[in-house]
Design a protein around this ligand. Structure first.
Ligand SMILES: [Zn+2]
Length: 141
């Protein structure tokens, strides 16, 4: 998470929303790290999570990142939450909830906002349930 915070600081320094993300493999080795680059790259999809997912998939030479964990400084938005689910990330850790733009990870199931991500609360933690891959744990740290 410290590395993700450094990426968030770098994003802020270049005029982007200060969000950072780090993708690690099943052994905890860093595959990719990035901060938001929406302003820097004039790319509305250049959120930190999207950048590390793309770089991680390229590094591994595969589209699915099952077994990988993602650390993000802020609760992912709906776009990133969907991408995280599609990539089959094993666990998502985020530093702070985002009640304004969070991907409904906070509020639980929201069929209108995020139909592809069935969410439920398990022992006070929110879990993304994916029938074809088991469960992806989500917890705030
Ligand atoms: Zn996002």
């Amino acid at each position: 998470m410290h590395l993700a915070l450094l990426e968030a600081e770098a994003a802020a320094a270049r005029g982007d929303v200060p969000v950072g993300a780090v993708l690690v493999d099943s052994e905890g080795r860093v595959l990719s790290a990035a901060g938001n680059r929406v302003q820097a790259d004039d790319d509305p999809t250049a959120h930190a999570e999207m950048l590390v997912l793309r770089a991680g998939a390229a590094a591994l030479g595969q589209k699915l990142l099952d077994g990988c964990d993602l650390y993000v400084t802020l609760e992912p938005c709906p776009m990133c939450a969907a991408a995280i689910s599609l990539a089959r990330i094993r666990r998502l850790y985020f530093g702070a909830y985002d009640p304004k733009s969070g991907g409904e990870v906070v509020g639980g199931p929201s069929p209108r906002a995020l139909p592809a991500l069935p969410l439920k609360s398990v022992d006070g933690r929110l879990v993304v349930a994916k029938p074809f891959t088991g469960r992806v744990g989500v917890q705030q740290i």
